[in-house]
Design a protein around this ligand. Structure first.
Ligand code: SAH
Ligand code: ZN
Ligand code: ZN
Ligand code: ZN
Ligand code: ZN
Length: 495
């Protein structure tokens, strides 16, 4: 039996998500997604359901064959399991607790680091042998992302927080573009920056946070935070929470609202896209008149090597050169030697020329491309575009008829550009997919273009993720044992 479906999906590359389907069985994270395994030659195997949110079976091991008969007894047990795996306090209860917490004098304000929970004095006893922080100030309560330890179990819930600089840039951009409401989907730090400025007189932007991290319900009311799963568009708070989101989008006839999302990078693009389309559709329902053919303005923050995948689902999007950086990503921080390159970009359906990037960070406007580009990005006469994706200056290859990374050279064997020390794809061994000689699976003509791109994307992504994983500061990751679960190897790995 395959492991957690999504986990297998990440591992093998031979899995496709068929998306959220009606009547899907539920795990504690809402309706499961339908997956199908594709393997050499054979079209597809049995389809199965697996958890939408967790790509590590340690976090959620839900699994069910699509055609599997599930007994009444097992269904009942499953329901009971799902119920018992919900948070111990409801959002409503947490809001009440927060009100009481605010009434406490500083010395009585404790935050349990082990349980990641604000404690009321009556609860102290239960947490006596836990580590806690005292004297929680109002300022600290306004920046929960600093108080909470980032969840870094990479496969499920990688939380990478924006640096102040990137967060401020995003907010300034949003304000300059005239937006008044931000649907923050998996962007708690942006949400908190907006919330903390809400008391300023001339500040008129509001935000609604949708995130799967329920710890945030301790700090925000039901109008400010919805417990939400962006892989299956599931509102844990049911119809009431759904309605709060709808109302938020509804205000001002749906005008001046933007969705900003920064999903975990290991995420399944098709599942994310399907949820974002549903949020966009929700917004569209709210339109009274006017902008009928428009899409809800969106910033999707994601690594540049997902460009093809994102554009597949959102042809109206384009990728901006701005490099988004993160606090707990050692790799993406700017050190003494200057700024490190971050692979993370903004994808948007707004007109690129409207996205003004900071000149003081080296971005400049390309009049031909009508967009801001990074300093190293040279306009290529032959491509008629500023072609760099990673910020470095790319070079044009006449044989490939396109620009390629500066470290690449044209290989006559492979008939394309590649790293100098690459292993040529053209070998005597037959292709893994079709069995013919002369090419390998990644360039197999029998695979659709998108599949091939997808696999290339995956390889590239895995490389970068591995690099990132190695360098992430373990400091916060390892401190709290409960949030750093050990990885369990996939039982069934493709060989
Ligand atoms: N850079 C952002 C945080 C991005 S990290 C910021 O600084 O605000 C990814 C975020 O997505 C986290 O907040 C995480 O809790 C959330 N997330 C992860 N999986 C999710 C899911 N299935 N549904 C909704 N949110 C999820
Ligand atoms: Zn689950
Ligand atoms: Zn250009
Ligand atoms: Zn070129
Ligand atoms: Zn070439």
């Amino acid at each position: 039996m395959a492991g957690s479906g999504a986990a297998a999906a990440e591992g093998s590359g031979g899995l496709a998500v068929l998306g959220p389907v009606s009547g899907a069985p539920c795990c504690p994270h809402g309706p499961a997604l339908l997956f199908v395994k594709t393997s050499q030659g054979k079209e597809e195997e049995r389809r199965f359901y697996a958890c939408s949110a967790c790509r590590d079976r340690k976090d959620c091991n839900f699994f069910q064959w699509e055609d599997e008969k599930v007994s009444e007894a097992r269904l009942a047990a499953r329901e009971e399991y799902n119920r018992s795996h919900q948070p111990s306090f409801t959002h409503r209860q947490n809001v009440e607790r927060f009100k009481n917490f605010l009434l406490l004098p500083l010395p009585k304000r404790r935050f349990c680091q082990e349980c990641q929970q604000l404690l009321l004095p009556a609860e102290w006893e239960k947490h006596l042998d836990h580590q806690f922080v005292c004297d929680i100030s109002n300022a600290q309560l306004k920046s929960p992302s600093q108080l909470l330890c980032p969840l870094l179990n990479k496969k499920t819930n990688a939380q990478y927080l924006f640096t102040d600089r990137s967060c401020q840039f995003l907010l300034d951009l949003i304000i300059d573009l005239g937006f008044r409401r931000v649907l923050s989907v998996g962007t708690p730090r942006l949400h908190e920056m907006i919330q903390s400025k809400a008391s300023q007189e001339d500040f008129r932007v509001r935000s609604l946070l949708l995130d799967i991290d329920f710890r945030y319900s301790q700090f925000y009311t039901e109008d400010e935070f919805c417990h939400y799963n962006m892989f299956n568009h599931y509102f844990f708070g049911g119809e009431a929470a759904h309605e709060i989101c709808r109302k938020f989008l509804y205000e001002d006839n749906g005008e001046k609202v933007i969705m900003v999302t920064d999903p975990p990078f290991g995420g399944l693009v098709e599942a994310l896209a399907s949820s974002f389309k549903k949020l966009m559709a929700m917004w569209k329902e709210t339109e009274k008149e006017g902008h009928n053919n428009q899409e809800m303005p969106t910033f999707w923050i994601f690594p540049y090597f997902f460009e093809a995948r994102i554009l597949e689902f959102f042809p109206s999007f384009s990728m901006m050169d701005y490099q988004v950086d993160y606090d707990n990503h050692a790799l993406y921080k700017h050190g003494k030697t200057g700024r490190r390159q971050s692979p993370v970009r903004i994808f948007t359906n707004l007109t690129p020329s409207m996205i003004v990037l900071p000149v003081e960070e080296g971005y400049r406007f390309c009049a031909i491309c009508q967009r801001y580009v990074s300093s190293g990005n040279q306009h290529c006469e032959m491509c008629n575009a500023c072609t760099s994706k990673d910020g470095r200056r790319w070079k044009h290859c006449i044989l490939c008829k396109k620009c390629v990374k500066p470290s690449w050279f044209h290989c006559n064997n492979c008939n394309c550009c590649a790293l100098q020390n690459h292993t040529c794809e053209k070998t005597d061994a037959g292709c893994f997919v079709c069995g013919k000689a002369g090419h390998k699976r990644s360039t197999c003509p029998s695979l659709s273009r998108s599949r091939t791109t997808c696999q290339a994307d995956k390889k590239q992504r895995q490389k970068t993720l591995n690099r990132v994983k190695m360098r992430i500061c373990n400091r916060s990751a390892m401190k709290h044992a409960i949030f750093s679960r050990k990885k369990v190897k996939n039982k069934k790995k493709k060989t």
